[in-house]
Design a protein around this ligand. Structure first.
Ligand SMILES: NC(=O)c1ccc[n+]([C@@H]2O[C@H](COP(=O)([O-])OP(=O)(O)OC[C@H]3O[C@@H](n4cnc5c(N)ncnc54)[C@H](O)[C@@H]3O)[C@@H](O)[C@H]2O)c1
Length: 444
C-alpha cells in the first residue's frame, strides 16, 4: 500500500518507519524543512532506540521517503495519516490549528478515494470537524480516528507489538461504501502487527478520540495517587516500596505504574490531562479529579527542591548541585514538561548553580538553559558539588561507584527523585539520602 504520514515527529516518524518495514511505500511529510533535510541526509532528528537502523534499512529498500511537499505525497498515496503535534494552548485546550491546516491541504490535494486517518491525540469531535473540512471539497474520502498508544523509549516495539489498536469510523447512511473501504484498508495496514492476537477495536470516532484521553488520564491519575501515598509514607514512617508491593499483587490493582517519583512529564500526560479537563468544562462538567491530578503533579515536581532546602536549612545561594538526568524518562531525548526543568529553574531562582549530565538530552536542554554547566560524564558533574540530584532513572545511574560519588561531593547528600537506590544501603554508606516515600533515616 502507498501511505503518507503528515507530521514526522516522535509518532509520525515511528509510524512511517514501521509501516515501511511491513512492506508499504511510505512518504513522511513535514513542514519543518530542516527536519526533512536532516532525514534525507540520514540523520534522525530525535533519539528513539532502534529508529536509526530501521529508517536506514527502509530508505535503502526504497520504501521510505521524506518530503515537505504534502500535495505530492497525498497524490501518490491511498492513505494519509495526520500525526502533527497538538500542543496545549495557554488555557489547557489542545491547539488543533495544524490538524485543521493539514486537513485543508489534504482536501485540496484529493484526486481519488483517500482514507484520512487522524493519529494525533485530538479532543472528542475533532475527526467530525476534519471530515467537514474535507467534505467542502470532495466526497471521495473517509476520515478515521486511530489514536497512538506508543511510549517514547520503546516506541518501535510498542508500534509493532501493540496491546490493542483503536479505530474510530463513523458509518452513516450516506457513506457506508467509503466507511467500509476505510475499515478494510485499516485492517490490512495493521494485519502484520496483530498476528499474535492483539485486538483491533472498531468504534465511532468520538469514542475512539476519548479512549486515548481516558487512557492517558487514568495513567496520570494512577501515578499521582501513588505519589500522594508516597508523600504520606514519608510523613508517617511507612515505606512506599512495601506499600507498593503490598497493593500491586492485588489482581484488581496490578503492578505497573505504581512507582512513585517526582511527577509525570513528557509531551502527553500533562497536556492530555489539561485538555480532557477543558473538554469536560466545555460540556459544563467539572472533572475535579483531573484538576487535582494536575495540581498535585505540579507540586510533586518541586519536592526535590523542598528536600534540598530542608537539608541546607533554606540557604542554597551559591551552592552547586549535580543533576543526573534531564529527559522526562529514560531512553528518550524528549524534555517536554520534564521534572528536571522545574528543578533547574527553581534552584536557579534560589541562587544555586547546576552541573547537569544526561546521556542523550543535554542538547535539547541547552536550548532552554544555556546558563547552567553541562558535564561530559556523570561523575564529572559531581566534582565540588554540594549534592547529587537524580531526576531520570537512566540505567547508567543505577549501579554507580558510591565511593567515587562520596569523594567528589562536598557533602554526601543524594536527592533521589526516582528511588533507584536502596535506602538501607545508602544509610550504611553514610549518605544523607532523600527519596520519595521512604523515611529518610539518617538525615539531619
Ligand atoms: N510523543 C508521544 O509519545 C506520543 C504518543 C502518543 C500520541 N502522541 C500524539 O501524537 C501527536 C504528535 O506527537 P509527537 O510527539 O510526534 O509530536 P512532535 O512535535 O514530535 O511532531 C510533530 C511534527 O508535526 C510537524 N508539523 C506540525 N504542523 C505541521 C503541518 N502543518 N504540516 C506538516 N507537518 C507539521 C512538526 O514539524 C513536527 O515534526 C500529538 O497529538 C501527540 O499528543 C504522542
Amino acid at each position: 500500500m502507498n501511505i503518507s504520514i503528515v507530521g514526522t515527529g516522535y509518532v509520525g516518524l515511528v509510524t512511517g518507519v514501521c509501516l515501511a518495514d511491513s512492506g508499504n511505500t511510505v512518504y513522511c511529510v513535514d513542514n519543518d524543512e530542516s527536519k526533512i533535510k536532516s532525514l534525507k541526509a540520514g540523520v534522525i532528528p530525535i533519539y528513539e532506540p532502534g529508529l536509526k537502523e530501521l529508517t536506514d534499512k527502509n530508505v535503502k529498500l526504497n520504501r521510505l521517503y521524506f518530503t515537505k511537499d504534502l500535495r505530492e505525497a497525498v497524490g501518490k498515496t491511498d492513505v494519509v495519516f495526520i500525526a502533527v503535534g497538538t500542543p496545549p494552548q495557554d488555557n489547557g485546550e489542545a491547539d488543533l490549528s495544524n490538524v485543521f491546516k493539514v486537513a485543508e491541504s489534504i482536501a485540496d490535494s484529493i484526486d481519488c478515494f483517500k482514507t484520512v486517518i487522524v493519529k494525533s491525540t485530538v479532543p472528542v469531535g475533532t475527526c467530525r470537524k476534519v471530515e467537514s473540512i474535507i467534505a467542502k471539497k470532495t466526497k471521495n474520502f473517509c476520515v478515521a480516528s486511530n489514536p497512538e498508544f506508543l511510549k517514547e523509549g520503546a516506541a518501535i516495539d510498542d508500534f509493532q507489538r501493540p496491546d490493542r489498536i483503536v479505530v474510530g469510523i463513523n458509518f452513516k447512511k450516506d457513506n457506508k461504501k467509503e466507511a467500509q473501504a476505510a475499515k478494510e484498508i485499516i485492517d490490512e495496514i495493521y494485519e502484520p502487527f496483530v498476528r499474535t492476537g492483539a485486538p483491533i477495536y472498531f468504534m465511532d470516532t468520538d469514542s475512539s478520540e476519548l479512549t486515548k484521553y481516558a487512557a492517558n488520564a487514568m495513567l496520570a491519575v494512577r501515578i499521582t495517587f501513588m505519589n500522594e501515598i508516597a508523600n504520606l509514607c514519608a510523613l508517617t514512617g511507612a515505606n512506599v516500596d512495601n506499600v507498593r508491593t503490598g497493593i500491586g499483587s492485588d489482581k484488581r490493582i496490578g503492578k505497573s505504574f505504581l512507582f512513585p517519583g517526582i511527577g509525570y512529564g513528557g509531551s502527553c500526560f500533562p497536556k492530555d490531562v489539561k485538555a480532557l479537563y477543558q473538554t469536560a468544562k466545555r460540556h459544563n462538567y467539572e472533572f475535579k479529579l483531573l484538576k487535582a491530578a494536575d495540581e498535585v503533579n505540579a507540586s510533586q515536581k518541586e519536592i526535590i527542591v523542598d528536600f534540598i532546602l530542608k537539608h541546607f536549612k533554606g540557604n542554597i545561594a551559591g551552592r552547586t548541585f549535580a543533576l543526573w538526568g534531564l529527559s522526562f524518562k529514560p531512553k528518550t531525548d524528549d524534555i517536554r514538561e520534564a521534572p528536571s526543568l522545574v528543578i533547574i529553574s527553581k534552584l536557579l531562582s534560589y541562587g544555586a548553580k547546576i552541573k547537569a549530565y544526561d546521556p542523550i538530552a543535554m542538547d535539547n536542554t541547552r536550548k532552554i538553559f544555556s546558563e547552567i554547566e553541562y558535564a561530559e560524564d556523570m561523575y564529572g558533574a559531581l566534582k565540588g558539588s554540594d549534592g547529587l540530584i537524580i531526576a531520570t532513572e537512566w540505567n547508567d545511574f543505577r549501579v554507580p561507584d558510591f565511593d567515587k560519588i562520596k569523594a567528589a561531593l562536598k557533602t554526601p547528600a543524594v536527592f533521589d527523585g526516582r528511588n533507584i537506590y536502596d535506602s538501607e544501603k545508602m544509610f550504611e554508606l553514610d549518605f544523607n539520602y532523600y527519596s520519595i516515600g521512604r523515611f529518610p533515616k539518617n538525615n539531619n
